[in-house]
Design a binder for this molecule. Structure first.
Ligand SMILES: Cc1cc2nc3c(=O)[nH]c(=O)nc-3n(C[C@H](O)[C@H](O)[C@H](O)COP(=O)(O)O)c2cc1C
Length: 516
């Protein structure tokens, strides 16, 4: 088992794919990257109900720009998932899923869980779960010092029985404010003084019968000395076991006006809003406000909201006329799983950059396949026995650049050398490899293939005949004969089966989507 003190004394590790850099595929890629820097001083475009208008304040810098976050989602928000969203947008803020404090204390191969890709331009936040001052404090140190995340977040949102009832962390901490306070205090105390890493929480706006502005105001007031950043999943949760975690994400009504009221009440606290957002148009309206009289809050002040006409009486009205400056952005969850393509337009449409990194799904998948090839090198061309089941991958010695299976994909003019092929040595190697494959020694686990393909499964959502991609993924993931060629190869093989009119179909501009 790994001891936390020994971890903390380790030198900063570099990721196995430190050398990989995904260049954005703008028409002018340098232009795209330099925009990242220029945007720090550039004022944001403010779009109100489709009409573009310049923001009055010319001095708006990055700290004031609104943010778009991809929510933490258990078993999804792994490094491959974060990479996909980084390929889609250089500015989206990406999260880990919840890592339990005890896991950080006792897991041997922490790299697999916590390692982040250091070359991502995106801000990366690590979420931890727990209720122990000591373990959460130490976990904060590990996450910040060793793995270098930009922010450490405490999960006070999760309502699942296993977390909230059995382990007494997650959403139940909304009922135990003293405990939440001491845990957050310990996390703050464990942030190194020379770093500006933030500690934040993600919580609901109410819990069980405590579902009013007074309750959540008191919660924030009590915690604000040790936490100034709140990601608010804008619905209450029900912890009495009547609702599953899934129902707790859809049955209690969403209450955005409560979040706006909190913004006004706590001007020195920063808030992000989460729950039910389906697209970038909605996200932008929430962040930059609306002048549409139908969004005047006089008509939206009570739940169930008769104006929004959403299931369960939810109210998702955007701020009307004035957006609180401490409403720092919004967070999208399930839509990132179901329909990740909508984020293709985040850099341009939401962040006001000149262009986006990709124009179609082929470009996204090419970059993602290259990433997988580097992260999980193919194992068809070595004679090592060790299995690849996580990060770091075994130290393998590649004997050849391709095997008889992946030859067509990886063979390049440069690598093709008939003379070389004829050498006795290479014949032996080829025989070895074929023997290994015939003996069906699968060296890359299905878990690796699963987590590699998972982020892209929804990429063709809504595209006519897009299901071909999903079926091809399922089939390729099951095919053990190609497993050792690695998840990058498997994805390329899937791509070969998709008609080019689908692969090359241009993404649709957010303004042109039928969203409301
Ligand atoms: C599969 C799944 C796993 C989730 N895991 C986490 C988690 O680990 N930590 C957390 O704070 N929220 C978790 N959530 C909640 C989301 O972060 C988000 O708050 C919720 O889905 C509401 O946002 P949405 O309506 O945009 O999906 C999870 C949600 C889903 C669907």
């Amino acid at each position: 088992m790994t001891n936390i003190s020994s971890l903390l004394s380790e030198p900063e590790k570099s990721s196995p794919d430190d050398s990989i850099h995904q260049a954005p595929a703008c028409d002018d890629e340098h232009e795209h990257l330099s925009q990242l820097t220029r945007l720090r001083n550039c004022h944001e475009q403010n779009i109100v109900d489709g009409d573009e208008k310049e923001q009055e304040n010319d001095d708006v810098d990055d700290a004031d720009a609104k943010e778009l976050h991809v929510a933490p989602m258990l078993d999804y928000s792994k490094r491959e998932f974060r990479k996909l969203f980084s390929i889609l947008s250089t500015r989206l803020v990406v999260w880990t899923d919840m890592v339990v404090d005890e896991t950080i204390a006792h897991t041997e191969r922490l790299e697999d869980i916590l390692e982040r890709d250091r070359d991502l331009p995106n801000k990366q936040i690590c979420q931890i779960g727990g209720n122990s001052e000591e373990l959460c404090g130490k976990a904060t140190q590990v996450v910040e010092l060793i793995y270098g995340y930009d922010e450490v977040n405490l999960n006070i949102d999760c309502p699942s029985d296993r977390v909230s009832q059995e382990r007494e962390f997650g959403a139940i901490l909304m009922k135990n404010i003293d405990k939440a306070y001491t845990v957050l205090e310990s996390m703050q105390n464990n942030i190194s003084s020379d770093r500006k890493t933030h500690v934040s929480i993600k919580c609901r706006v109410g819990v069980d019968d405590w579902d009013d502005l007074d309750f959540i105001s008191n919660f924030i007031e009590r915690l604000s000395p040790v936490c100034k950043r709140f990601y608010l999943h804008a619905r209450k949760c029900v912890l009495n076991g009547l609702f599953s975690a899934r129902q707790n994400r859809s049955v209690p009504p969403i209450n955005y006006p409560r979040v706006y009221a909190l913004c006004r009440k706590f001007p020195n606290v920063e808030f992000w809003i989460n729950g039910g957002i389906k697209n970038l148009v909605q996200a932008k309206k929430i962040c930059y406000g609306s002048l549409n009289p139908a969004h005047c809050h006089d008509y939206h002040f009570e739940l169930p909201c008769s104006q929004c006409q959403l299931p369960h009486g939810s109210c998702m009205v955007p701020p009307y006329e004035v957006v609180p400056s401490n409403l720092r952005g919004c967070m999208l969850g399930r839509v990132a799983i179901d329909n990740p393509s909508i984020f293709w337009d985040a850099d341009r449409y939401f962040y006001g950059m000149k262009c986006n990194p990709n124009k179609n799904r082929r470009e996204v998948l090419e970059k993602y396949a290259s990433y997988l090839e580097n992260l999980y090198p193919r194992r068809c061309c070595d004679i090592d026995e060790e299995i690849t089941y996580g990060i770091p991958v075994p130290k393998i010695n590649q004997l050849r650049s391709y095997c008889p299976i992946c030859r067509d994909t990886y063979e390049t003019d440069e690598k093709t050398n008939n003379e070389e092929d004829k050498t006795a040595n290479n014949v032996n190697i080829n025989n070895n490899m074929i023997e290994i494959q015939q003996n069906n020694k699968i060296k890359i686990t299905s878990r690796i293939v699963g987590r590699s393909l998972k982020p892209v499964r929804g990429l063709f959502h809504g595209v006519p005949k897009g299901k071909i991609f999903l079926h091809a993924c399922d089939e390729a993931a099951r095919d053990t004969s190609i497993r050792n060629c690695g998840p990058g190869y498997i994805l390329r093989r899937v791509m070969q089966q998709i008609p080019s009119q689908i692969m090359d179909l241009p993404f649709i501009l957010s303004e042109d989507t039928d969203v409301e």
